[in-house]
Design a protein around this ligand. Structure first.
Ligand code: NAG
Ligand code: NAG
Ligand code: NAG
Ligand code: NAG
Length: 537
């Protein structure tokens, strides 16, 4: 009996992987949850593996283990790893080893670098190399969303590049389904691969809704049949910016609470002047646009998770319009506590659009893949990298005062407020627009009050005076304003040149009626404070 028990016990040990266990994610309302019902927030970074050589970028710069460790240390828990259909469907692509594929594209330096940094990868087949990357990420407890990015491996996404929509030159629907089912099967039972997104940025002159419904439904069913554990991610039309048509005609697939939607949100196509001179109104309008195109899916009678699977900017910070777009977006993503994937991890590409070793200025890592490109930018992600809304928690909801321009949170001092990292924050309650902002906890009523133009905002027992009454103003709704004794608007204001203390000052870009000024030369974003609901303990 004893012996039998020992044998059984060793068998169990042997059969269950020790470090990794499947999270087996599914959806509950608008949240992604684990099998034990806890929320699992996708806070991912994209990692490109769909370019010509079909090898995840950077393996000639750093060992897989080091790159995976950087992903984790930068605060991401997941990677959206891109792949090309042909790698799984065309014999002359599938049969290649990494070395042969690099040779075909004349990637001599990459080959030499890989021999140094990941010597065992060179002799692997392309899919074994992909799996080695996935296993490396899994070893750091990072999950993977496999994203079908293109059919013919190359840089994405021109509107006439043959990869844009079902029926395009390289985009045969049956071959696409074959690719999805092959990948789903290969990773069945793999605890690291938690989701598959069906196709990146559908686009171009042939896009139409009829085919969209037909193939998204087929694709979802195909993946689910092969691999019922993974989440299936549905992407929209118009380069993944439009799912608005689902308002009137929902998608018909029953895959057991595994369906998630994705959307992209960049500043591309927005007139820079709008961001620069009408920052408040434009932020409000663009946010409304996003909600109407895809954000609405998280609301209403049948809410579903929405994965913001691409957004980002040139991290050198030289493009002021992009910088303003980004803090508008951050405020909104924080408010919704959305699942997301930042574009992007890679600091460089082996070969992109004919250029060898092209640097990626949107990349979290530098061109050598050994340092964070911009640690200021990295810190600005600190709030959205946390779970602020926990659907299983019983604790009451309060509000965090968030400053998207810096990505910092408002903390409470003795009798003032200041910006700090989002490791902790003041908890506020602002029940009525135009009413007091109360500090929660600590007993007794303490409220936010304005002491005057240019003076620190204070915490006081006065919760009913005029200067304790706060309203959200401007088209962005990001200004928190009160009125002084003369009836002038004063806004919360963070002046970077002084300290982290928050003052009240004349509202920027707002007229005396609190409406947006039409052509504003100031940057109002230092006065942007977003009230973010949270029930985090
Ligand atoms: C595979 O074969 C096709 C058709 O001959 C060719 O166009 C393509 O370049 C080949 N691809 C690779 C990776 O060998
Ligand atoms: C891995 O991540 C899961 C989900 O977030 C977490 O519950 C678990 O504790 C993590 N495991 C390790 C070893 O960090
Ligand atoms: C925002 O949208 C409204 C309504 O469509 C429009 O009148 C206004 O000009 C827009 N503002 C900006 C800054 O684009
Ligand atoms: C880092 O990004 C910030 C904006 O987030 C920008 O102001 C700064 O110039 C960037 N620094 C470098 C070294 O690129």
């Amino acid at each position: 009996m004893k012996i039998l028990q020992t044998i059984l016990f060793s068998l169990i040990l042997f059969l269950s992987p020790l470090s990794t266990h499947s999270l087996s994610l599914s959806t509950r309302s608008r949240w992604i949850v684990t099998s034990s019902g806890d929320r699992y927030k996708l806070r991912c970074v994209n990692w490109v593996g769909h370019l010509h050589a079909m090898v995840p970028e950077g393996l000639h710069k750093q060992p897989i283990k080091a790159i995976s460790a950087s992903v984790s240390s930068m605060g991401f828990n997941c990677v959206r790893l891109t792949w090309a259909t042909y790698m799984f469907t065309r014999p002359n692509y599938t049969k290649l080893t990494v070395e042969e594929s690099l040779d075909q594209w004349g990637l001599k330096n990459a080959k030499a670098g890989m021999a140094e940094n990941n010597p065992n990868v060179l002799g692997l087949s392309l899919w074994e190399a992909q799996k080695a990357v996935i296993d490396g990420l899994g070893a750091q407890n990072i999950t993977v969303v496999l994203d079908n990015h293109v059919s013919l491996p190359k840089w994405c996404c021109g509107s006439n590049d043959g990869n844009g929509f079902f029926g395009d030159e390289y985009f045969d629907p049956n071959e696409w389904l074959l690719g999805l089912s092959t990948v789903a099967r290969r990773y069945k039972g793999n605890p690291t691969v938690v989701a598959m997104s069906m196709r990146n940025e559908l686009r171009g002159p042939h896009q139409n809704q009829e085919d969209w419904y037909k193939y998204m439904q087929q694709g979802a069913t195909t993946i689910h049949k092969e691999n019922p554990d993974v989440l299936v991610i549905v992407s929209g039309l118009a380069t993944d910016t439009n799912l608005g048509f689902l308002k009137t005609r929902p998608i018909q697939v029953d895959i057991n609470n595994k369906l998630v939607y994705e959307a992209h949100w960049y500043a591309f196509g927005n007139p820079p002047d709008k961001w620069l001179y009408e920052t408040n109104g434009f932020c409000g309008n663009v946010t409304q646009w996003f909600m109407g195109q895809s954000g609405f899916l998280t609301n209403g009678p049948n809410p579903a998770p929405l994965f913001l699977s691409e957004f980002g900017l040139d991290q050198r910070g030289g493009n002021e319009a992009d910088t303003r777009y980004f803090s508008c977006l951050l405020g909104h993503v924080a408010e919704m506590d959305m699942d997301w994937a930042l574009w992007t991890l890679q600091g460089s590409y082996m070969l992109r659009e004919g250029v060898f070793e092209m640097e990626e200025f949107y990349g979290m890592l530098n061109a050598n893949w050994d340092h964070v490109r911009n640690s200021t930018f990295q810190k600005s992600l600190q709030l959205i990298q946390q779970i602020t809304q926990d659907p299983t928690s019983n604790s009451a909801t309060y509000q965090i005062m968030y400053h998207p321009q810096t990505g910092q949170c408002v903390q409470v001092g003795n009798d003032n407020i200041y910006l700090s990292d989002c490791k902790s924050w003041g908890r506020w309650s602002h029940d009525t627009d135009g009413g007091p902002i109360k500090l929660m906890g600590g007993g007794g009523s303490r409220c936010l009050v304005a002491a005057g133009d240019g003076l620190p905002a204070a915490i006081s027992g006065d919760c009913s005076g005029q200067q304790s009454m706060w309203a959200l103003v401007s088209g962005s709704q990001f200004h928190i304003a009160t009125k002084d004794n003369q009836g002038n608007f004063l806004c919360l204001d963070w002046d970077s040149s002084k300290s982290s203390t928050i003052l009240t000052k004349k509202c920027l870009c707002l007229g005396s009626d609190s409406k947006d000024v039409s052509k504003c030369e100031d940057n109002p974003q230092r006065q942007w404070f977003k009230l973010v609901p949270s029930n985090k303990i």
